[in-house]
Design a protein around this ligand. Sequence first.
Ligand SMILES: [Zn+2]
Length: 229
Amino acid sequence: MCTPPKAPVVVEAPKDAVERRVTPPLSPRSRLRVTRGEETRMPTAHGDFDAVCYTETNSGLEHLVLTRGDVSTAQAPLARVHSECATGDIFGSRRCDCGEQLQKSLQLIAAADAGVLIYLRGQEGRGIGLNAKLTAYALQDQGRDTIEANEDQGLPVDARRYDAVAHILSDLRVDAVRLLTNNPAKCEALEALGVRVQERVPVLTAPTPENYKYLRTKQDRMGHRLELD
Ligand SMILES: [Zn+2]
């Protein structure tokens, strides 16, 4: 758990981001606020990072942010916006490639002069929650793909929002990034929030028999650039 901030710092949305959010109309969640906690050292298998927790004031969601080097002075530092996936990140589930992407991203950021990883909580199963994600897995075992399994439950294919990311990067004085992702839609979503994505840096993983269909669907139906045959 993150240490509660002693003197919470309310991070406002970047000015230019607010202006750029005029279209489409602001949703209530676009006006969220985050508070920054204490910074501490976080030694990992990939090297030392600085860790800090940002808490959304409305939802109480706590996002973990690991930085390497001085991201405020770096020109477009490497950045990974990683959606929480307990099954993949913690337990190494082979149904997805999240855990491998997380480790690879940390490795790449650790090797760079400066970089940041934002671990976004509350985004299980592309935002549908852990219970619905496991139900979706059961549906996939009956032949549905990762999109159909969400739709069968009356849930969106991708419910993730990245509002908090714009606030966090603004607080870190980062206005442009080289984004570690295979998902061009994530670049567009961040750009729409005022984050300049100077470059998309692929995080390719080797497919396994267990996740091949999942990755194939992401490539064929969701526009992910995975370089699968
Ligand atoms: Zn996953």
